[in-house]
Design a protein around this ligand. Structure first.
Ligand SMILES: NC(=O)c1ccc[n+]([C@@H]2O[C@H](COP(=O)([O-])OP(=O)(O)OC[C@H]3O[C@@H](n4cnc5c(N)ncnc54)[C@H](OP(=O)(O)O)[C@@H]3O)[C@@H](O)[C@H]2O)c1
Length: 256
């Protein structure tokens, strides 16, 4: 699936095999970037590759980011590429009671959604800086409120937001970093996480709008991005509601 790196500048996009990843791939290609499309599922990744205008400009790489060894091998395989941008997008959640859901799956949420971005970020920041590049970290509005029945996911995304915002401040003026915090959007996320039908749809925002808002924030030098008015409204509600009330409301609302 790979071609040689040559001397181009690349953007590494994790989780390119669908959802926000497909939209990122299309919008980043339109900005002229050469893409390293990462995913786990080869055929879905190929669908993204085929959907691009100039597939010959881009390459695909597979790695299961829940495996530390595969993540390390993946990072090693990037060594010969000059990377200008990193989009930490791959992720999933597990919906349901914490004690009832498998521990392995919930530990994998920590590995894929937080540990892998930290490892990729740490490995790539020196060359992102050298190439006057950028990083986009896909967090979530789930980071803003503890979420019963999505407990591990919300905790991990809180970690992602804190990590991303902290390194953004550390690299102010030398590396543009976007912390993207979307609310519900129609991607594969709900099916993968086992979300009950209909919940959260009131605030649903198209993936296209979510991704373009993050790229606008990038264009302004980086920042914390809550995309679209519905997600901004949800964010405001989260900010204004005392935690004991939101916990009670969410426990009732998110229970299957
Ligand atoms: N959609 C929402 O409502 C929403 C809201 C806020 C934040 N987010 C965040 O947005 C990001 C993208 O998710 P999405 O909504 O676009 O969902 P999606 O359509 O399910 O896409 C998830 C992507 O993550 C990849 N991925 C999952 N597990 C992986 C693993 N073990 N190793 C490598 N890649 C893995 C998937 O690759 P494969 O298919 O190849 O496994 C896929 O490309 C995630 O970080 C998610 O938490 C989503």
């Amino acid at each position: 699936m790979n071609s040689e790196p040559e001397d181009k500048l690349w953007v590494l996009l994790t989780g390119a095999s669908g959802g926000f990843g497909l939209e990122f791939a299309m919008q980043l290609e339109a900005l002229g970037y050469n893409l390293i499309l990462h995913g786990r599922d080869k055929s879905r990744l190929q669908l993204t590759h085929n959907a691009l205008q100039h597939p010959d400009k881009h390459i695909c790489m597979q790695a299961d980011l829940s495996s530390r060894k595969e993540t390390e091998t993946f990072i090693d395989s990037l060594a010969s590429y000059a990377i200008k941008g990193l989009v930490n997008n791959a992720g999933f959640g597990v919906w349901g009671g914490f004690a009832e859901k498998e521990c392995v799956a919930q530990a994998d949420v920590i590995r894929v959604d937080l540990l892998a971005p930290v490892m990729l970020g740490h490995a790539l920041i020196p060359q992102l800086k050298k190439n006057h590049g950028f990083m986009i970290n896909v967090s979530s509005l789930a980071a803003e409120t503890p979420l019963p029945y999505l407990a591990t996911y919300a905790a991990v995304k809180a970690g992602m937001t804190f990590w991303s915002e902290a390194i953004r401040a550390e690299h102010q003026g030398e590396l543009a970093i976007v912390t993207l915090a979307p609310g519900p959007s129609p991607t594969g996320f709900r099916d993968v996480s086992g979300a009950p039908k209909g919940k959260g749809n009131e605030f649903s925002t198209p993936a296209k709008e979510v991704v373009s808002a993050s790229l606008q924030t990038l264009n302004m030098g980086g920042g914390y991005c809550v995309p679209g008015w519905r997600h901004k409204l949800l964010w405001l509600i989260q900010k204004l509601t005392p935690r004991f009330i939101s916990l009670a409301l969410m426990a009732n609302y998110l229970k299957k």
